[in-house]
Design a protein around this ligand. Structure first.
Ligand code: 5RP
Length: 222
C-alpha cells in the first residue's frame, strides 16, 4: 500500500466547497494537493494558501486558485504532513524546511488535519532531529544557546551550502534525544534571540489521519 497516497487522499473528505485551504509541504501533502487539483478541475470551488514556494509551484501547475495570506481573515482547513506524531497529537515538523509558514498557517486554521504515515507514530518525540529555523546573523551564539538547552545542532546543508528556507533563514537540525515536555521546549527555544521558530507543534492538530495495524484511521485530539 502507498500509505502516503491513501492518507493524503483521505484528507480530501474534509474539504468543502467555498473553503480556504492551507496546503502543506512534503511528499504526503503532495498527494493531498494533487487530488485537490483534480477536484478543482471538476468544478470544486476552493482557494489555497501554500505553506512553501514548492507547494505554491505545485498548486499553480495543478490550476488550484491561490489567495494571498494577507488578504484573508481565516483559513477554514489546513492539511499538512509531519515527521513525528505522539499519542497526544503533538508533532515534530520541518523535515522539508517549511516549518515557519506551516506553523503560521496551521495556527490560523479553524481545523488542522495532519496526514502522517505509520512510520511517523512515536511514544515520545525526539528521535527525528528537531528543525529549528534561525536567522544567519549571530549563528554561533544561537547554536551556543540551543546547546545550553541540551540540543546537539547540525546546520542543514544543501549542495554544499547552508540550506536556506523560503524566509532566507537557516535550519539547525537539533537532537534532544527524548522530548518529554514539548510545550516547554518549544517556548524555551523560541525565547532565544536568533531563533525564528521551531518544528514543535504542540496542541495544534485537531486530528491525524494515519495507519495503525495496517488500518487507515483518523485519530481526533482529546
Ligand atoms: O514538515 C514538513 C515539511 O516542512 C513535512 O510535512 C514533513 O517533513 C513530512 O514530510 P513527508 O510527508 O514527506 O514525510
Amino acid at each position: 500500500m502507498n500509505e502516503k497516497k491513501v492518507i493524503g487522499e483521505k484528507a480530501l473528505e474534509y474539504v468543502k466547497d467555498g473553503m480556504v485551504v492551507g496546503l502543506g509541504t512534503g511528499s504526503t501533502a503532495y498527494y493531498f494537493t494533487s487530488k485537490l487539483g483534480e477536484l478543482v478541475q471538476q468544478g470544486l470551488n476552493i482557494k489555497g494558501v501554500p505553506t512553501s514556494k514548492k507547494t505554491e509551484t505545485l498548486a499553480n501547475e495543478l490550476g488550484i486558485p491561490l489567495v494571498s495570506f494577507n488578504e484573508i481573515e481565516k483559513i477554514d482547513l489546513a492539511v499538512d504532513g509531519a515527521d513525528e506524531v505522539d499519542a497526544d497529537l503533538n508533532l515534530i515538523k520541518g523535515g522539508g524546511g517549511a516549518l515557519l509558514r506551516e506553523k503560521i498557517i496551521a495556527a490560523s486554521a479553524k481545523t488542522f488535519i495532519v496526514i502522517a504515515d505509520s512510520h511517523k507514530n512515536v511514544d515520545t518525540l525526539g528521535t527525528f532531529p528537531l528543525p529549528v529555523e534561525v536567522v544567519p546573523f549571530g549563528l554561533e551564539m544561537t547554536i551556543k544557546h540551543i546547546r545550553d538547552l541540551g540540543g546537539k545542532t547540525e546546520l542543514r546543508q544543501q549542495q554544499g551550502k547552508p540550506f536556506l528556507t523560503d524566509n532566507g533563514n537557516y535550519i539547525l537540525d537539533t537532537n534532544f534525544q527524548e522530548i518529554k515536555e514539548p510545550k516547554e521546549l518549544e517556548k524555551k527555544l523560541n525565547l532565544i534571540p536568533g531563533v525564528v521558530d521551531n518544528g514543535l507543534f504542540v496542541g495544534m492538530a485537531d486530528a491525524v489521519i494515519t495507519i495503525i495495524d495496517k488500518k487507515l484511521v483518523t485519530v481526533f485530539r482529546k
